[in-house]
Design a protein around this ligand. Structure first.
Ligand code: ZN
Ligand code: ZN
Length: 155
């Protein structure tokens, strides 16, 4: 993640330095530093790949490092599940907020009312789902006549 960020930054710096005179020593320093960090990144990636291939064929050669690696991988798994739990929590919160939004918005006039009130503060229409006062069937907010028994619903 951090590597991508710095990679992106280097590309940006290179793009900016393209507008500056290329024989300016400051630009030369900037370009050389950017090349160096690109190459170091490539070197690190190659070392990592060599390490992966070595370990897959022949583990146990670097017991200390391998123990550390296992610890990091365990932490990675934990961090991943924490992320998933947080994402699930975020989704639940958004759904709850949307539900509140629907409950508070008047089906008749669209006015956004305060929470936990029963009738629209703007037009007096009944808010929230309810049941038919005669037959008890569930009715959508703002229903005037029951679709089941035809009873008129008073606000
Ligand atoms: Zn209303
Ligand atoms: Zn009914």
């Amino acid at each position: 993640m951090a590597n991508d960020l710095f990679g992106g930054l280097n590309v940006l710096m290179k793009g900016l330095s393209g507008f500056m005179p290329q024989d300016d020593p400051e630009v030369k320093v900037m370009n050389a530093q950017s090349d160096l960090s690109d190459l170091r990144k490539q070197e690190t990636e190659l070392y990592a790949e060599i390490g992966r291939q070595l370990l897959s064929k022949n583990s146990g050669q670097f017991p200390e490092l391998e123990t550390k690696l296992k610890l990091v991988q365990a932490n990675l798994t934990e961090a991943q599940s924490k992320l998933e739990a947080a994402q699930a929590e975020k989704m639940q919160k958004e759904q709850a907020e949307q539900l509140t939004e629907e409950k508070c918005t008047c089906p008749e006039c669209g006015y956004r009312n305060l929470e936990n009130i029963k009738f629209c503060q703007e037009c007096g229409a009944k808010l929230g789902a309810s049941n038919c006062r005669q037959c008890g069937v569930a009715l959508a907010p703002g229903t005037r006549f029951c679709g089941e028994c035809g009873a008129r619903q008073e606000a």
